[in-house]
Write a protein that binds this ligand. Sequence first.
Ligand code: SF4
Length: 309
Amino acid sequence: MIQLNKTDNSFDGIHLFSGGLDSLISYFVLKDLGFNPLPIYFETPFFSSEKAKDIAEKNGIKLSVENVFNDYLSILKKPVYGYGKNLNPCIDCKAFMINKAIDIAIKEGLKYVSTGEVFNQRPMSQTFQGMKKIEKLLKRKDLLVRPLSGEILKGKLETNTIFKDKKLLSIEGRKREIQFKLAKKYNIKYFSSPSGGCLLTYKEYSEKIRILLDSNIKDERYFKMVKHCRLIKFNNSLAFIGRDKEDNEVLISLSKRDNVYQITDRKGPVGIFLGDDEKDFQNFLKKMLFYSKRDTTLPHLIEKIGDGA
Ligand code: SF4
């Protein structure tokens, strides 16, 4: 968990920073009101921190990043409020992030946790019903503040009392005119464009993640790998097979104690075999040859280039 050192003692709250315009404005609104939030990004392989780090730096913001993959896995396996279109557990995910920030706030004696959420901007987690559901999952709902829609939400949801007499904003819905005006006011030139969501909102990626979850895989490396390769499920084993040179390089760089194979007598993929079933292994070798477009009837050369050492 992030720990504030002695020189950080001017922070009074935690701000969940995404790098998007709403989250930036929300941060500057709090600063305008005289607060001093610590911006934090919680990362997993499903949402990397790269963009947020870049945007924070360009806007002169010092961002703290914490990897929360291990804890996130448990909500991804069994979200209380289920999934969106694919494997995105948006309600549970938001509550999880806020709870992570609440943990730090409680530990460090800070007064609030803020987000850049805008009421009714997105389906699922930003509707009134969605926010109510999130509230139910929170460890301390009285710490939360959503500065961009705070005025609308006062009286509807539990409000952090330190903002009771502060004038928060009343932004609602998908239109972004107000945000663009505020971006000018706060001289925000760099922000990431709104996206449909993290990698878990993508069908193909979600299908691979489902296979990893069903196979009880817990090592983060494999969740990173599947962004860069084919994932094949055999009866009792899994195989990760690169699709091109870049994929192959990523697989090699992420492999540690894995059994890594490569076609060496012609261009072909790198493959990682996870399992000890001999029949599955023979099928894996066939797949490797298939993806190298090699004539499978000819003798071939597949070398083991990583042996778990
Ligand atoms: S889109 Fe992804 S990161 Fe965003 S709330 Fe949903 S699951 Fe979480």
